[in-house]
Design a protein around this ligand. Sequence first.
Ligand SMILES: *C1O[C@H](CO)[C@@H](O)[C@H](O)[C@H]1NC(C)=O
Ligand SMILES: *[C@@H]1O[C@H](CO)[C@@H](O)[C@H](O)[C@H]1NC(C)=O
Ligand SMILES: *[C@@H]1O[C@H](CO)[C@@H](O)[C@H](O)[C@H]1NC(C)=O
Ligand SMILES: *[C@@H]1O[C@H](CO)[C@@H](O)[C@H](O)[C@H]1NC(C)=O
Ligand SMILES: *[C@@H]1O[C@H](CO)[C@@H](O)[C@H](O)[C@H]1NC(C)=O
Ligand SMILES: *[C@@H]1O[C@H](CO)[C@@H](O)[C@H](O)[C@H]1NC(C)=O
Length: 479
Amino acid sequence: MKEANFTESIFICFMLLHGFEAALNCTSPSPESLINALEKELFPKKLIRPVKSFSDPLNLTISITVVGILGVDEKGQTLTIFLWQILEWEIEGLSWDEKKCGAKRVSVPRENLWNPDVQIAEFMDEDNSPQPPYVYIYNNGKVYDDKPIRVVSSCRLGIYTFPFDIQNCSLTFGPYLHFDTDIRMIQGNTAAEILKESQDVIETNGEWKLIDITVDPSSLVLLNANYSQIIYYVVLRRRPTLYVVNLLIPSCFLITVDLFSFMLPPQSVDRSSFKMTLILGYTVFLLIMNDLLPVTGETTPLINVFFSISLALMVASLLETVFITNIQFSSSQYGALPNWLNILVLRYLAVIVCLPPKKKSNRITVSLRQTPPESVNNVSHINSISVKQLHNISDDKPLEKPALDPQQPVLDELKTLSRNLLSIRVQVDKHFQGSETSQEWYMVGIIIDRLLFGLYLIFIIISFVTILCIWTLSNFSTT
Ligand SMILES: *C1O[C@H](CO)[C@@H](O)[C@H](O)[C@H]1NC(C)=O
Ligand SMILES: *[C@@H]1O[C@H](CO)[C@@H](O)[C@H](O)[C@H]1NC(C)=O
Ligand SMILES: *[C@@H]1O[C@H](CO)[C@@H](O)[C@H](O)[C@H]1NC(C)=O
Ligand SMILES: *[C@@H]1O[C@H](CO)[C@@H](O)[C@H](O)[C@H]1NC(C)=O
Ligand SMILES: *[C@@H]1O[C@H](CO)[C@@H](O)[C@H](O)[C@H]1NC(C)=O
Ligand SMILES: *[C@@H]1O[C@H](CO)[C@@H](O)[C@H](O)[C@H]1NC(C)=O
C-alpha cells in the first residue's frame, strides 16, 4: 500500500514538474474528442498552478475596460463602477494541433481549471458581479478569461470644489494570496488604450464623466513577502449642469433681487418686508435643495460657503434696512443732528457716495427767511418783541398799554392781527426747523444707505469672484 502511494505521489510530482510534455491526442477533429482529451489531460490538474516548476512565477496579464460609472457615494466614500476584466495566462506545456483536433480554441467551464485569485484591494461590498461560467483555452496553452465585474470600491472623495469636483480613485488588482514569486501581474493594454476603449463603450451618461486613466504597475512590499499588483487610477469629473441649474442660478437670482431691492425706499415698510420675504424664500429653497448637496464629515464644500454667504448677505441687508429706517426716523428721538455726524456724513461721506450735499433747508423755509421779520414788526410797531416772548403773545392777553388815540380800536385790531400772524409764523418756523432736522437725518440715512449698498456690492463681487476663481482653478488644474 505504502509503495503504491509513494509511486503515485512520485508520478504526481513528475506531472507537476513537467506539465504537458506532448500535444494532446485527439482521435478526430471534433469538439467531442478535444473535450475528451482535455478531460483526460488537463481537467484533473485543476488544483495545480499551471507552471513547470514551483520556482516559476505565473505571468498573469490583465486588461480592463471601464463600461459604466454607476455612482459615487460621498457619505460612504465609495465608487461603484462596472468593468470588463480580461485575465490571460498560459498553461505551460498544453498544446494541440488545430488540424487534428478541429479547433484553435475551445471554451471550457471555469471550475475545471486552475483560477488565479485576483481581487481588487479596494473592494468594499459584496460581490454582485455576474459570473460567466466559461473561459477560452487556445491551442498554444493560453487561457483567456473575460468577465464583467461590478466594483464598489472605497475611494477618498474630496468634495471641496463640489459641483465642479474631479475624483481620482484607485483600483488595485492583484492576487489576494500568492506572492510575486508565484503570480506576477503584467499590464495588458496601456492606459491610453483603456481610456479610448472605455470612452467608446461607456454606456452610462450620468453625473460622472471618465476623463483619464493612469496605470501604475507597482508591487506591494511587505515585511516577509512581496505582492505583485497593478494600480489603475480612474479620474472622473462630475457633470455640474444639474447643480448649476438647480442650485447656483436660483441662488444668484435671489441675490440679484436682494441687490435691486435697495432701490425701494427704505423708510416705508416695503423694503424690509420685501427682504424678509426673500430670506424666507431662500430658506425654503435651501431646505429643498439640501438633498442635492453631498455630505461628508471632513470638509465643507465651497458651495455651502457660497450659500451661507448668500444668506448672510440677505440677512445683513435686512439689518441694514432696519438701521437706515431707524436713522431716518431718529430726529424725533435724538433731536438735532450732532455736529460731528453732520460734518462726517453730510460733507465727506456724501462726496464718497457721489451725493453732493444739498442746501440745508428746502425751498419753503428759504422763502420765509427772505421775508425780513422787520416788515412784520413794522406794521405793529412792536420791535421789542422777541421770539422768547412769544408764549405770552400767543396767549392772547390784553395789552397793558392804555388806548388813548381815537384810532385806538383799529390799532388794537392791527396789533392783535400782527401778534396772531407772528405766532403763526413762529409756529411755521418751528415746524420747518423740526422738518429741517428730520430732513438732515433723512439725508444721513440716504447717504449711509448708499454707502452700505456700495460696501454690500463690493463684498458680493469679491466673495463671488473668489469662489468662481477657486472653482475654475480647480477645474483647470486637473485637466
Ligand atoms: C420798517 O423798518 C425799516 C427799518 O427797519 C424802515 O426802513 C421802513 O421804512 C419801515 N417801514 C414802515 C412801513 O415803517
Ligand atoms: C499522444 O500519442 C503519442 C503517440 O501516439 C504519444 O507519444 C504521446 O505521449 C501522446 N500524448 C499524450 C499527451 O498522451
Ligand atoms: C514571465 O515574464 C517574464 C518577464 O516578463 C519572462 O522572463 C518569463 O519567461 C515569463 N514566464 C512565462 C512562463 O512566460
Ligand atoms: C491620481 O492619484 C495618483 C496617486 O495619488 C497620482 O499618481 C495620479 O497622478 C493622480 N491622477 C490625477 C489625474 O490626478
Ligand atoms: C521584495 O522586493 C524587494 C525589492 O523590490 C527585495 O529587496 C526584497 O527582498 C523582496 N522581499 C521578498 C520577501 O521577496
Ligand atoms: C410773560 O408775561 C408775564 C406777565 O404777563 C411776564 O412776567 C413774563 O416774563 C413774560 N414772559 C416772557 C417770556 O416774556
